[in-house]
Design a protein around this ligand. Structure first.
Ligand code: DC
Length: 225
């Protein structure tokens, strides 16, 4: 039987990590795990339940009450928070605004990383995030650091939100992206950085098909090596 690997995809916000990860997981018949959705679900729980995330003991208690699961279907991966589908709620601007600060909390990271490592125990997963190749799976057989120009990322995110009927200006989208980039890259605990053995892929001028075929080639090489 063919060897199963772990593919780790890291990069800044809105550079197309989830599109690539989903395409690749489908092509390899692997599971796709969106680690950002987990941090978003925690943030949603904190906001909905008025959890004061500056208080470590409150955070510790809240984390024990949070159960995150993924429901995989043909059409889409759905994120469940304590049994309820929250896929749309975790993509709201309100969650986007607070998810980076919440993700700086070490207790939150420890809980999420343990769950992510567990999901990858049998390998055969494509996971995207910020610290997948550096912290979650430093032994991943294929690590990709995805980048795209800021203008292109703003354009993609803006059209994604507009398509969903979310009214927001391009300026607001840019401010949120740059703010998250800054917090994610400068936090003390597992900041976003390129793993030394990651392949860098700038997809600013690549089509979805072009990036897929490049990465699929790398994945097959890693599986066969
Ligand atoms: O991938 P995303 O934009 O949905 O992620 C939302 C936030 O979650 C991101 O701004 C930082 C945090 N995150 C993280 O700290 N570590 C990860 N592995 C994935 C996401």
């Amino acid at each position: 039987m063919e060897k199963k690997i772990i593919v780790a995809i890291d990069g800044h916000s809105s550079c197309g990590k989830s599109t690539l990860a989903r395409d690749l997981a489908r092509g390899l018949s692997y599971a796709y795990i969106d680690s950002g959705a987990m941090y978003r679900a925690v943030t949603l729980y904190f906001l909905e339940n008025g959890v004061d995330w500056n208080d470590p003991s409150t955070v510790g208690q809240a984390l024990q009450r949070i159960r995150i699961e993924f429901q995989v279907s043909e059409a889409q991966n759905q994120t469940l928070l304590n049994g309820v589908i929250v896929e749309d709620a975790i993509r709201s601007m309100r969650v986007s605004e607070y998810v980076s600060p919440v993700s700086t909390i070490s207790a939150v990271r420890r809980a999420m990383v343990a769950q992510q490592q567990d999901l990858g125990r049998k390998r055969g997963v494509v996971m995207d995030g910020r610290d997948i190749g550096t912290v979650v799976f430093p032994d991943a057989e294929l690590k990709i650091f995805l980048t795209a120009s800021t203008e292109e990322r703003v354009r993609r995110r803006y059209s994604e939100l507009s398509a969903k009927g979310i009214h927001i200006t391009e300026e607001e989208v840019r401010a949120n992206l740059l703010d998250r980039d800054r917090i994610d890259s400068t936090r003390e605990d597992s900041p976003l950085k390129q793993a030394s053995d990651a392949r860098i892929l700038d997809n600013t001028f690549l089509s979805r098909e072009e990036q897929y075929s490049m990465v699929m080639k790398w994945a097959l090489e890693a599986i066969r090596s």
